[in-house]
Design a protein around this ligand. Structure first.
Ligand code: ATP
Length: 848
């Protein structure tokens, strides 16, 4: 497995690139040892040589030299310390560095780069790879330097020419099958000859632990597969990048930013498809991997050999992103050759490697030289900057001294020179006095204005606050009254509710009672009708019995009668006539006896029936009585319920009436409140508008007055300056040198005056701005739809204050004029020598 690094430093348009080749040979695994696999490679770490033992195949051994060789016994820590640690130092110096791990599948690339994944705290395990060690190293250095820095990381995977962000947030798709699809991102031209990876998530990190978690997370998302040569073979290239921005302070106390970037690239392994046992998808995948690695190798070789043509595109050779990503798309034969060399299958690669090493050595040397040159260049720049600084400071000091000496000379010149100088001095003093008094007067005016504005704003604040308090009180009263009304309404509503509940209860009770009564009544009626039915059935039975008795007796009578008739007939036949009378008498007796018996029996049954009928009558009467009493009870109950309902209804009516009154009262109260507020707002708006208008007028006149004074002052200074110029021009007695100095002094004085004028101009402008702000912003009244005006800004003028100011302005102007005898200036009595010049606009520079 080869570990290759590339460093790149960007200094304006210059890019320095250097390459190192390290060769790592992993130990035989336990399985390989068990299978008695023979080692085909021997390493000489000291000589930095790896020998492919072709003698095993009865051919000459081949020896290859690298920048560094790590044999099978090498520890992860040693590999990091020798190969990667210096590169991390370069990164923190502002270089862009890349560490590639490439080689045949199963040779230990991922193990070297990642190793056993990192612990959050404490020592790293012995098997920790380059990535966790580099992270820990970077943080250790930054901590030791107490550096101010920022850091972010990216982690991408390149699989079958498709880039995937390994740190992208998990997909929250609605459909579970979509969640496994990782978002792909694209490589784009950045328009500056470089390229950008669009959509790659850059994660800002603050601790090694955070990076370890990200690495662990990203690493588990990488595509791996179980092949015949590696149980967990990476099927994609991965690029983990750390971007570091460090703030540094130079000796000249300048703050600079160093931007360094470390790319840690774990390439997929090249493989012999036949040996790895790859089929179908895996075989195609392996083909793509081989192709990309080959192209990468070609690009690296072209860069190492300084080839005119780099098999990607020329600008890419200087750009790392393109180098890593795009070159993979074109990498073909060279990397395969390298892989084959390592496998001992290509014999002719030995010379190339040696040649490459020599080239690399030369390049490293040039690189070191360039770095030295650069360092010298930088120190020269620092020296030049220091020199420049000293020169500038010295020249300023000289100028200052010159000015001081000039002032002294001028003083002596004026004291020694004639009346014209004295006259000039007096004029200057006068102008100075005038200007000072003007300024003083203006200051007074400004102070008075400010004082007034403060007092008036306070007064206004007081008024506003008292108004606000009144409005607040008014609102509070309204609120409390509204609350009372609402409480009343609520109380009435609750009473109403209670009454309704009570009435419902009463109704329910009444209905319950009615139901019970109706049930009792119905039970009594049912009993009554049951009794009647019983008695009726008994009566029917009795009647049936009686009928049956009568029938049987009549049948017996008929039978007996027939028998007797037959006997009588026989007797009659026998006795013929004699007995006929007695027979008839006896027949009559028998019939009457039997009729008597029948009559008795019938009367007896009649009595019995009458008895039954009377008992039926009795039952019926009882039932009637009970029904009547029940009806009476129900009637009374119903009447009670009706009266209670009537009472409830009356009460509810009263309560509703109260509610209605309360609502009417609230409505009228609210409308009253609304009209009050509207009135209040309207009056505030009108007052404020009037106030603004008057304030605006007053301020306009004040500004005009200030401008007038300023123009007087300017005119005065203009006169003085021209006097000085005239005096200096006319001074034949002055020698050339003195005149020159005079001119310089005059120019500096004029410049000074120009500055003063500018300041004055700024002052006037700021007063104007202040006034316009004051008018347009500070005094603007809020929209009438609001209930309370906003507070005016502190320092704003009240209407009264402006009135007072207005009254005081003429006094102040008169005072100013009398103090400076400006009436004379106005009349053109003094400064007659200035009238020859055209009047200058008040705020234009004096000398031009
Ligand atoms: N220096 C080492 N010491 C002990 N075991 C190692 C070492 N290097 C690699 N291995 C073991 O060898 C096996 C293959 O290593 P690794 O997966 O890192 O190879 P790879 O080059 O990344 O393969 P691929 O290109 O197929 O992904 C792993 O089981 C790993 O643990």
């Amino acid at each position: 497995m080869l570990l290759k690094t590339r460093s790149q430093l960007h200094i304006s348009t210059v890019s320095l690139i250097r390459f190192y080749d390290w060769c790592m040979v992993r130990p035989l695994s336990v399985e390989e040892q068990k299978a008695n696999v023979q080692s085909a490679v021997s390493c000489n770490d000291t000589k930095r040589e790896v020998t492919v033992l072709n003698s095993l195949f009865k051919q000459a051994d081949k020896t290859f030299t690298f920048d560094k060789v790590f044999g099978p016994k090498s520890q992860q820590r040693a590999i990091y310390d020798h190969a990667v640690a210096p590169i991390v130092d370069d990164v923190l110096e502002g270089y862009n560095c890349t560490v590639f791990a490439f080689g045949q599948t199963g040779t230990g690339k991922t193990y070297t780069m990642e190793g056993e994944m990192m612990q959050q705290v404490g020592e790293l395990p012995a098997s920790a790879g380059v990535m966790p060690r580099a992270v820990r190293h970077i943080f250790d250095i930054l901590k030791a330097q107490k550096a101010v820095y920022s850091m972010k990381v990216t982690f991408l995977e390149l699989y079958n020419e498709e880039i995937t962000d390994l740190l992208a947030s998990e997909d929250q798709s609605r459909f579970p099958e979509d969640r496994h699809k990782r978002p792909t991102i694209s490589l784009m031209e950045d328009g500056k000859g470089g390229s950008v990876i669009r959509g790659l998530e850059e994660i800002v990190v603050y601790s090694p632990g955070e990076i370890y978690s990200l690495l662990q997370h990203g690493s588990t998302r990488r595509r791996t597969a179980d092949t015949a040569l590696n149980m967990q073979s990476s099927r994609s290239h991965s690029v983990f990048s750390i971007y570091i921005h460090v703030k540094v302070t130079t000796t000249g106390n300048q703050e600079l930013m160093k931007y360094g970037r470390l790319n840690l690239v774990d390439l997929a392994g090249s493989e012999s498809i036949a040996r790895s046992g790859a089929k179908e998808v895996r075989a195609r995948e392996a083909g793509e991997l081989n192709k990309s690695l080959l192209t990468l190798g070609r690009v690296i070789t072209a860069l190492v050999e300084d080839s005119v043509h780099v098999p990607y595109r020329a600008n890419i050779s200087l750009k790392e992103k393109d180098f890593i990503i795009s070159n993979l798309l074109h990498a073909k034969n060279v990397i395969l050759e390298r892989a084959k060399v390592l496998c001992g299958t290509v014999e002719t690669a030995s010379g190339d490697i040696a040649h490459l090493q020599n080239k690399l050595g030369r390049q490293s040397k040039t690189e070191v030289e360039n770095k030295g040159l650069l360092f010298n260049f930088r120190s020269q720049i620092d020296q030049s900057l220091g020199l420049l600084h000293n020169t500038v400071v010295g020249s300023i000091r000289e100028q200052h001294q010159f000015m001081e000496s000039m002032t002294g000379q001028m003083n002596s010149y004026f004291s020694a020179k004639s009346e014209s100088a004295n006259h000039l001095k007096r004029r200057i003093a006068k102008a100075k006095d005038m200007y000072t008094s003007g300024v003083q007067c203006m200051n007074e005016l400004v102070n008075t204005l400010r004082q007034r504005s403060i007092t008036d704003s306070e007064q206004m604040k007081l008024n506003i606050s008292s108004q606000a308090i009144a409005v607040d009180n008014f609102i509070a009263v309204m609120v409390s009254e509204t609350e009372q009304v609402l409480t009343e309404v609520l109380r009435s509503t609750s009473e109403l509710k209670e009454l309704l509940a009570f009435s419902a209860e009463q109704q329910e009770l009444g209905l319950q009672k009615s139901l019970t009564s109706a049930q009792a009544m119905s039970k009594t009626s049912i009993d009554f009708f049951n009794d009647i039915s019983t008695h009726a059935s008994r009566l029917m039975k009795l009647m049936e019995q009686s009928q049956r008795g009568c029938s049987s007796r009549l049948a017996e009578f008929e039978k007996g009668f027939e028998e007797v008739a037959i006997r009588e007939e026989q007797a009659a036949v026998d006795k013929i006539a004699g007995i006929l009378a007695g027979l008839t008498a006896r027949k009559r007796t028998m019939v009457s006896e039997y009729v008597g018996q029948l009559n008795d029996k019938y009367s007896e049954e009649q009595e019995h029936l009458a008895l039954e009928m009377s008992s039926l009558q009795q039952v019926s009467d009882n039932g009637k009585k009970e029904a009547a009493s029940c009806a009476e009870k129900l009637k009374n109950q119903f009447l009670d319920d009706m009266s209670s309902h009537a009472n409830t209804k009356d009460k509810m009516g009263d309560v509703l009436q109260q509610c209605l009154k309360g609502s009417h009262h609230s409505v009228s109260y609210w409308s009253h409140m609304q009209s009050c507020l509207e009135h209040l707002n309207k009056s505030s708006v009108v007052e404020a508008n009037d106030f603004i208008q008057e304030g605006r007028n007053e301020n306009e006149s004040i500004i005009q007055e200030i401008q007038l004074r300023s123009s007087h002052n300017d005119a005065g200074f203009h006169a003085i300056t021209s006097d000085i110029l005239t005096a200096s021009e006319n001074s034949h007695l002055l020698d050339h040198e003195t005149r020159k100095r005079m001119e310089t002094l005059s120019t500096s004085f004029s410049n000074h005056l120009g500055l003063l004028t500018e300041k004055h101009n700024q002052g006037t402008e700021s007063i104007r701005t202040f006034t316009s702000n004051f008018m347009e912003k500070d005094y603007s009244v809020n929209s009438p739809v609001r209930h309370r005006p906003q507070e005016l800004l502190a320092g704003a003028y009240s209407f009264e204050s402006i009135e007072e100011l207005k009254a005081s302005v003429p006094d102040l102007v008169a005072k100013f004029k009398s103090k400076n005898k400006l009436d004379e200036v106005d009349k053109g009595k003094s400064y007659s020598d200035q009238t020859t010049r055209a009047p200058r606009s008040p705020l234009t520079p004096v000398n031009h």
